[in-house]
Design a protein around this ligand. Structure first.
Ligand code: FAD
Ligand code: SF4
Length: 543
């Protein structure tokens, strides 16, 4: 019974605990500094499955199953060496604070008042709630820096100081220089390997008419006890009305009890190894491409493992570099991949903590519409969206371009309230944790930050989706058409977005051309497009 150690931890600890080391659900790394601050004879670990976190915002079956199963595996492992207090989801904790209150009561009954130590959480709101509780209760609580990330403590804040326009590229270059990743020594000078800092231009290929060839098979993990137990517990809570999960419970475990996502470090390492040996070589070329019924393509599928800290970003980069050094993958693929981990991942985290509670107030474009209901059920005739949404509902996954240039693009062009878009992304994807989801959604994808994450909104018409995928071939709409019954909603809303945001686009160094294309249209064309857009705003649920 793998979960045997864990059962004991579901009950209160019957001895006074000097210090509780708190392990949040996305901190499943044994090299966490929290262990350095604890002693097995007098201290204990504390972990909680919080019902409230699966309910607000609404989480998906895939995401809740992954988080809880991975937590249980980790807890079962550490419980061999440590005393552990673990709250299973069936104990229905409304919040993390409710769990802390209970632990304090349990220890109070033993005439004890414990101290607490924890690594900084991935969600500013969680930290804020704990800080307030600690002050109100006069507790001793120590926050530790997070050694999982490659940026050193304070490095991003120092880099950001005095910069009017932070850009990922320059932070990425700083990290490459400091770490030496993908750097070569030439005449005593450190230069980027291959001669260039980035190979983005080579990384925008589409698959052409025939689509992707010989795609490697997606691996699954069979018959995992913790996954089965978690699905059962979630189903009970769902049936009793205590929990409302998005998506479909049948999608979590297939017929043969197959589960998609790694829930242990060993499984995560397996996914990483398969990626670098089977898919990394083509990752660069087809990074932005999409194809009907092919959710996985040449992507790595490691984001959930990285974000749960089952994998360390340094070992991920080392695995990619090892393949490069053996000639197993070209520079555009390896640099393109490392840029995501060392560049984007570290950069968005730095920005998240720099703007903390400001993110959820941001709405630079004054977007005020509600998220259409097809985001929750995939029921739309827009094929690009139905494909991308169905995939999220089934697997909790979409690759970057699906998130940015399909689901995100539509919400941006349609003008959905950024907070609603954020709640959807945070609840639905298996890799969603606030520090990474918030800047990507509110900043990069919805431009609600007015230009902090990127210098311009990512806007495009249906022509972009037609170029990068075969979705349009199976759609009732035509990406080239902006008015009438065949009009592609992406295209109509693209032009309408430009018209609505003249002040932003007119004269913008990178978007001025798009404004000029709009202003060169005849007044009657403009008016017809705007009328069609209004029709879409009024009828979006049947589009
Ligand atoms: P690959 O395409 O194989 O990329 C490799 C790794 O690079 C990823 O695993 C991830 O760790 C990292 N990475 C790539 N792009 C980014 C990025 N923009 N920011 C941070 N890390 C990046 N990523 C998350 O991990 N969690 C999220 O909640 C999340 N929400 C997003 C929301 C929106 C609107 C957008 C546009 C992007 C979001 N991303 C998020 C970034 C990115 O889409 C995912 O990291 C990636 O699709 C995960 O799939 P993969 O592991 O196959 O990635
Ligand atoms: Fe999407 Fe438009 Fe293409 Fe249909 S025609 S798949 S709505 S981009």
């Amino acid at each position: 019974m793998i979960m045997q150690n864990l059962q004991k931890a579901f009950q209160a600890i019957d001895r006074p605990v000097k210090t509780f080391g708190v392990v949040f659900g996305d901190q499943l790394n044994l090299d966490s500094d929290v262990f350095e601050h604890l002693q097995a004879d007098c201290d204990a670990l504390l972990m909680m499955e919080v019902l409230g976190e699966s309910n607000t915002p609404v989480s998906s079956w895939q995401r809740s199953t992954l988080f809880l199963s991975a937590m249980r595996h980790f807890a079962n492992g550490v419980a061999q060496d440590w005393r552990l207090r673990y709250f299973p989801i069936t104990q229905k904790l409304a919040s993390f604070i409710a769990g802390l209150e209970q632990v304090l009561q349990e220890q109070q009954a033993l005439n004890n008042r414990p101290e607490f130590v924890a690594v900084l959480p991935g969600d500013y709101q969680v930290k804020q709630a704990i800080d307030s509780f600690v002050i109100a209760q006069n507790l001793v609580w120590t926050w530790l820096a997070d050694n999982h990330f490659i940026s050193q403590q304070g490095e991003f804040a120092q880099w950001l100081k005095g910069r009017k326009q932070p850009r990922m590229e320059y932070y990425y270059r700083q990290l490459r220089q400091r770490t030496g990743y993908l750097m070569s020594q030439v005449n005593g000078k450190a230069l980027p390997a291959g001669g260039n800092w980035n190979y983005d231009k080579e990384n925008r290929k589409s698959f052409g008419k025939n689509g992707p060839e010989n795609l490697p098979k997606f691996s699954k993990f069979i018959d995992d006890e913790s996954v089965r137990q978690v699905v059962q517990a979630l189903q009970q809570l769902h049936d009793s009305g205590d929990l409302s999960l998005a998506g479909n419970p049948q999608s979590v475990l297939g017929d043969r009890s197959e589960y998609l996502w790694p829930v242990t470090r060993e499984q995560a390492l397996q996914v990483l190894q398969t990626f670098v040996s089977e898919r990394l070589a083509k990752f660069g070329d087809y990074q932005d491409a999409m194809w009907r019924n092919e959710p996985w393509l040449y992507h790595s599928w490691i984001s959930s493992s990285l974000n749960l800290k089952l994998l360390n970003p340094r070992e991920v980069i080392a695995a990619a570099l090892a393949v490069y050094e053996q000639g197993g993958a070209p520079i555009n693929a390896v640099e393109g991949f490392i840029r995501q981990i060392l560049g984007w991942r570290e950069y968005v985290r730095g920005l998240y903590w720099s703007y903390r509670d400001q993110w959820l107030q941001m709405n630079a474009l004054q977007a005020n519409r509600d998220l259409p209901s097809f985001y929750w059920n995939g029921q739309t005739q827009m094929h690009c969206l139905s494909q991308s949404l169905d995939q999220v509902l089934r697997y909790g996954y979409g690759h970057h371009i699906q998130r940015l240039m399909v689901t995100g693009l539509f919400a941006l062009l349609y003008g959905v309230k950024p907070k609603q878009v954020h709640e959807w992304y945070l609840g639905m994807y298996v890799d969603a944790v606030a520090w990474v989801e918030v800047p990507n959604t509110i900043g990069m994808s919805q431009f609600a930050d007015g230009g902090i994450v990127g210098s311009k909104p990512y806007i495009a018409s249906g022509a972009y989706i037609q170029k990068m995928s075969n979705y349009c071939q199976n759609c009732r709409y035509d990406p080239k058409v902006a008015v009438g019954d065949k009009a592609c909603p992406m295209t109509t809303l693209y032009w309408d977005f430009i018209a609505r945001h003249e002040a932003l686009l007119n004269g913008h160094p990178r978007l001025g051309m798009q404004w000029r294309n709009w202003s060169n249209k005849k007044p009657e064309q403009q008016s017809a497009i705007r009328q069609r857009a209004q029709w879409l705003f009024d009828n979006i649920e049947v589009v």
